[in-house]
Design a protein around this ligand. Structure first.
Ligand code: C5P
Length: 225
């Protein structure tokens, strides 16, 4: 028989970029492909979990057997995440835009002699921090990602504390690594248990292998097996 260590567990995952509208035809986005989050969803489903995947705009097909909720903006992503609770495990792999345009145009912005339109930015809600700090519906295991281009481990450790999550998957996304949009990932799993922080550095793997390894660690943690 196929081992299904996450049978009976509900896993909530975010993936992909978000698109923040400037006007009806333009948006601000980032280079996230969604591949890592989708691979985690597929691996959790294969491990027997009920999986809800809240995804920003990506070019990937929905993983089989996974409930996928498609959103565009950070605010829509937060709404769908909240509507998907409770969950046993939450894994926030989305590259959520930090800012959105405050003065979103209702009509397409036009070129004019008055000069360029000013774009005012306001901060988006932090989905990982919001869910980590819930008192009633906080999933027992909350995992965030830290994509950094420098001081990877230090930045990831402070992110763990600041966001209030249990684990951080830290990855180097410097352009030379080809991680953003690519098929491979080099990650460090940073865990906090009873105030003790541990760093586990994994060798370079495909995003599918990272997903399988992460799901194995999750299964071990929640089932003790
Ligand atoms: O602060 P930073 O964006 O580097 O944090 C990354 C982690 O926080 C990721 O797990 C990402 O999915 C999550 N995040 C979020 N909502 C935001 C910003 C980041 O859930 N607005």
């Amino acid at each position: 028989p196929v081992p299904r260590p996450l049978a009976g567990k509900r896993v909530l995952i975010t993936a992909g970029p978000t698109h923040e509208p400037i006007d009806p035809v333009r948006y601000i986005a980032n280079r996230s492909s969604g591949k890592q989050g989708f691979a985690i969803a597929a691996a959790a489903q294969a491990a027997g979990a009920e999986v809800i995947l809240v995804s920003g705009p990506v070019d990937l097909g929905d993983p089989a057997g996974v409930t996928v909720k498609h959103v565009e903006s950070a605010r829509q992503m937060l709404e769908q995440v909240q509507a998907s609770l409770p969950a046993d495990i939450a894994i926030f792999a989305a590259a959520v835009a930090d800012w959105r345009v405050a003065n979103e145009g209702e009509q397409k912005l036009k070129k004019s002699s008055a000069g360029m339109p000013p774009l005012q930015l306001v901060e988006n809600p932090d989905i990982l921090a919001t869910i980590s700090k819930l008192t009633d519906k906080r999933p027992p295991l909350v995992i965030g990602f830290a994509a950094e281009t420098e001081h990877l481990i230090d930045n990831a450790k402070s992110k763990l504390a600041r966001k209030g999550c249990d684990w951080i998957v830290a990855n180097d996304v410097s352009p030379a690594t080809g991680v953003m949009g690519g098929d491979r990932n080099t990650v460090h799993l940073i865990t906090r248990r009873d105030g003790e922080i541990a760093v586990d550095s994994w060798p370079v793997m495909t995003k599918e292998q990272v997903a399988i390894e992460l799901v194995a660690h999750v299964a071990k943690s929640v089932t003790g097996k």
